[in-house]
Ligand binder design. Sequence first.
Ligand code: GLU
Length: 507
Amino acid sequence: MVRVRFAPSPTGPLHIGGVRTALYNYLFARQNGGKMILRIEDTDQTRFVPGAEQYIIEALDWLGIKFDEGVHLGGPFGPYRQSDRKPMYRQYAEQLIRDGWAYYAFDKPEALEAKRKEYEAEKKTFQYDCNTRLQMENSLSLGMEEAQRRIDAGEPYVVRFKFPDNIDITVHDMIRGDVTMNSRLLDDKVLFKSDGMPTYHLANIVDDHTMEITHVIRGEEWLPSAPLHVMLYKAFGWEDTMPRFAHLPLLLKPEGNGKLSKRDGDRLGFPVFPLEWHDPKSGEISSGYREKGYLPQAVVNMLALMGWNPGTEQEIMSMDELIKLFNVEHISKNGAKFNLDKAKWFQHEYFQMLSDEEVADHLEAQLKEHGISADRAYIVKVAGMMKERITFPSELWDTCCYFFQAPTEYNEKDVAKRWTPDMHIHMAKVIEILNTVPFEHDAIHKALLDDYIAANGLNTGKVMNSLRIAVVGRTVGPDMITLILMLGKDETIRRVERAIEKLKIES
Ligand code: GLU
């Protein structure tokens, strides 16, 4: 039974890199008929940010990334928040000490800092490891009895992992193959603190084990920690059930150099967070895909392809298709560059998949905001006609407003270019035609374009664009006669009359 977890720390809004990690876990779980778990890793209380946990839950829910167990759902392996699991970690730290895999350390921050400086002066880097640990204040250098005496006296301590000297540790990564590191390169990481809180490393391994996690799919930034994690499984005697690891490639800046950061988003004007985030301390607001009008399906599809491909050229894939097609073998080892144009392309594609009714819902809401009410069938018709020009719902009003209200001003540049002094004569003729010929496409087309414009040797572009200025306010919009038919005879005539009056006075 496959069991995977997404294990964010509630230190702020969830970066889209984190969203992609959650998505890949979800696709993997669903594909294998397994379970997806949301665990909150909040052991570092100094970095705790109020609201972040709720944000994570809301963001993943918006994107359709669903969980089977988790902090918000409960489940048979709970609690799912590490601070709520606090009492269970001490026994594991003590087990490691008993078995010789860890030790108590009493070094004060100043002592550690002094050591670092001492090494720096010799152009070396201090590492708390097998070469240095006996020079430090810990239960190995002081003896267990002295250590116990200090603990009983209430002296603060930490528990550190004791890496064996000079062994090669191999992590079998599903994406990268075997990654081997020598223990001499690794420092004796802190696992537990005397306040009873484990660090990330201990809590993560204990939880993955006790929650029966089978696969750990997470960002590449955790690869350097993986040898320690493998050693911890060994030290606990849990090697047989150790999860399989897959470290995902980084999401890179659009230029390709370095990890995608919040600052890149600010600089280039795209969100790096799924939802808008209001920082509770600074009050700073960071933009979100949801509030920018992106559709969750578009964001999911775009993220799925950042670091993975289905092995074909197919780009548009629904969540169900992704679940079918996803495979770890096609996850790239290289970082994936963020591409804003591609994000917009996905959004445009998914916007086109909305029904006319759904687009009309957005349009109707915007009309309301402008104090306009209109016939629903008409709104749906406009939505269907105009949606191919739209990428974000917020563009609807500006793109469609002239279907619902006459222009209040006329684009100066367009007027200067098209509206020549003789134009009021031609526009008066348009009114006459509309008043006399049957109000249908072919009749208007023939009367206007053939019998009037062409027969009199007039410039079609100039006359038709002037008509457009009169009706729309600028030279944009759908086919002119279609638009006239949509607006109706009376409304069109009113707009043309108004333009004749306004533009004559102004010119
Ligand atoms: N809490 C870690 C994070 O915030 C989880 C890393 C892991 O998945 O092991 O990314």
